[in-house]
Design a protein around this ligand. Structure first.
Ligand code: PLP
Length: 318
């Protein structure tokens, strides 16, 4: 991308993107009900109203069929999340944005390097946001984030909002943020960036090995589509026996974890939004049925075999 600005973290990248687009109180931003807290928190932090779309039952990304109904005359931005490393349904997102003159801010925190129709995520909309948190696919040794854009016309605004609203030394035009990518983290990321595609490729290989070994069990995997390249920030399996499987795997020394057991609409932080239990049924079910199996670029096939064998044993040695 021709323009990239470092930030303190991915959350700041989202806030900076929304601020730069002038999004604030009275405006609505469409995003999905099943995402990490930060996506929706960023919308609230600028004073805007999140308009949630439920998850799709097979892709676990936003359900494109519900996009139109979530938009209103107050909608300014669509914020698709490339969840778990899988590209969001960008066709319908970009179509709706074009039809209603909306901006698209991609939350690519979990999907750095992923491709949709041969193009990298975060380059598809107007602004793309990354996180370099140590848990992410391209990880700093501490916090970090970035906003990227192909619009030269947005750069001045991004710079202004990023650093104290300062247009010239000692001249502050607005009350901005103070969010920068630390130089030491930038150095570490610059050294790691050339390896990112290799690591993502290795993650895909681990995911493929899991899929092969776990085939036929009463569990589902995140749908993969031929025109995309999922980078498997997380490898999640879906089963109604999630909690029992989690306990069994942890007893066997497998570092399986649940992200995130309480969906966004039911979090206390968003109680003022008036979302009700049952309003986003797919997101709620995913919150109770998804389990992350261990994944790293260097997870060995022996380790994958062990995890798969323990999962199969849980389901009765099937
Ligand atoms: C991690 C994450 C963020 C926020 O990134 P931080 O660097 O932790 O602030 C935003 N959105 C999603 C989907 C994330 O997973």
């Amino acid at each position: 991308m021709p323009h990239a600005l470092g930030t303190n973290c991915g959350t700041d990248a989202l806030v900076l993107a929304l601020r730069t687009l002038g999004v604030g109180p009275g405006d609505e931003v469409i995003t999905q009900a099943n995402t990490f807290h930060a996506s929706v928190a960023a919308i609230r932090r600028v004073g805007a109203t999140p308009a949630l779309v439920d998850a799709h039952d097979a892709t676990w990304n936003l359900d494109p069929v519900q996009l139109e109904a979530a938009s209103s005359p107050r909608t300014r931005v669509i914020m698709p999340v490339h969840l778990f490393g899988k590209p969001a349904p960008m066709g319908p997102v970009l179509e709706l944005a074009a039809a209603h003159d909306l901006r698209v801010v991609e939350d690519a925190a979990q999907a750095i390097g992923a491709r949709w129709r041969g193009r990298r995520v975060a380059s598809l909309g107007d602004l793309g946001c990354f996180s370099f948190h140590p848990s992410k696919n391209l990880a700093a040794a501490g916090d970090g984030g970035a906003v990227v854009t192909r619009h030269a016309g947005l750069v001045e605004g991004l710079e202004l909002w990023r650093y104290f609203g300062q247009s010239r030394p000692n001249v502050h035009d607005l009350v901005g943020l103070n969010t920068k990518l630390d130089s030491l983290q930038a150095l570490i990321l610059s050294a790691k960036l050339p390896l990112m595609d290799t690591w993502n490729h290795q993650r895909r290989a681990v995911a493929a090995a899991y899929r092969e070994r776990l085939a036929g069990l009463p569990m589902a995997f995140q749908a993969e589509e031929p025109d995309e390249e999922h980078v498997y920030h997380l490898f999640q399996v879906r089963t109604e026996a999630r909690d029992a499987l989690l306990a069994a795997l942890r007893a066997d020394g497998v570092d399986a974890v649940v992200r995130w057991p309480t969906p966004i609409p039911l979090q206390a932080a968003f109680a003022d939004q008036g979302w009700r239990r049952g309003q986003f049924p797919v997101a709620e079910r995913l919150a109770s049925e998804l389990l992350c199996l261990p994944i790293r670029p260097d997870l060995s096939i022996d380790e994958v075999d062990y995890v798969a064998e323990r999962v199969r044993a849980f389901f009765g040695g099937a």
